[in-house]
Design a protein around this ligand. Structure first.
Ligand code: GLN
Length: 248
């Protein structure tokens, strides 16, 4: 079995080490004997989505998001067809915002890819902190770090998770991220995937199932260190904040 990962515009969209997400996907495939290759796309490159199994869109500053704006219009029809055909996408922070209709900032509006029915508007203050959520997709809480000025509104879509600690999509709804078909959009940097192996394996399994048209059960890997780190983060942020709330 083999997976091809498309990394879109990492020279512009690569905040907080989003590239680590690619390394994690590759490694967890290779450890199981699944071949994995990554194709890096720069602005102007033609993208054959029919050749891709997982697409990663990383985070970016407002300025960098403006710079990819024109390119997004060119790739939109093919990217849309890929998503509608259950292509796997993981989009982080600035990349998550670009999945939607627009991202409105004080400096102007970035037109999104319009792949998922959502939109983002900039507000202050920036939402910067560690974040922990509970997603229906996994047993373990999902942990990460968020830093965004945008508030994202996901309309009737399913959120990625419920916020246990942190701000999430808009700091008010208690929801974080979005799940649409095989697309996950989230504000979690970290990088997300090394910290959350269950999210990585979800993406790998979905991509293999789509490509090979059969149910896939991935061979478990030795994740005790990751589980321990996850427990520590949950203990530190979720339990301690609950204790503070409950203290007289
Ligand atoms: N520029 C966007 C915002 O501030 C996204 C930032 C990011 O990718 N960290 O909301």
């Amino acid at each position: 079995m083999k997976l091809t990962i498309g990394h879109l515009y990492p020279d512009l969209l690569n905040l907080y080490g989003d590239r680590g997400n690619i390394q994690c996907l590759m490694k967890r495939c290779q450890w199981r004997g699944i071949e994995a290759e990554t194709i890096v796309f720069e602005l102007g490159d033609a993208i054959d989505f029919s050749n891709l199994d997982i697409v990663l869109l990383g985070g970016g500053s407002d300025r960098e998001q403006m710079l990819v704006n024109d390119e997004l219009k060119k790739i939109q029809p093919d990217f849309k067809a890929y998503v509608e055909d259950y292509g796997v996408v993981i989009a982080i922070c600035g990349g998550y915002q670009l999945l939607g209709k627009y991202y409105k900032t004080e400096q102007g509006t970035v037109t999104g890819l319009d792949l998922v029915d959502l939109y983002t508007e900039q507000e202050s203050p920036r939402l910067i902190d560690n974040i922990v959520l509970k997603s229906d997709l996994f047993d373990m809480p999902v942990v990460g770090f968020e830093n965004h000025g945008g508030r994202t509104y996901i309309n009737d879509n399913q959120p990625f998770g419920k916020v246990l600690y942190g701000a999430g999509n808009d700091g008010i709804s208690g929801c974080e991220g979005v799940v649409y078909k095989n697309v996950i959009g989230t504000y979690l940097h970290g990088p997300l995937l090394p910290k959350n192996p269950q999210v990585t394996d979800y993406l790998i399994a979905k991509a293999l199932e789509r490509k090979y048209e059969k149910e896939i059960v991935l061979e478990p890997l030795e994740d005790e260190e990751e589980r321990e780190a996850n427990r520590y983060i949950c203990q530190r942020f979720v339990k301690e904040s609950k204790n503070l709330e409950n203290s007289p």
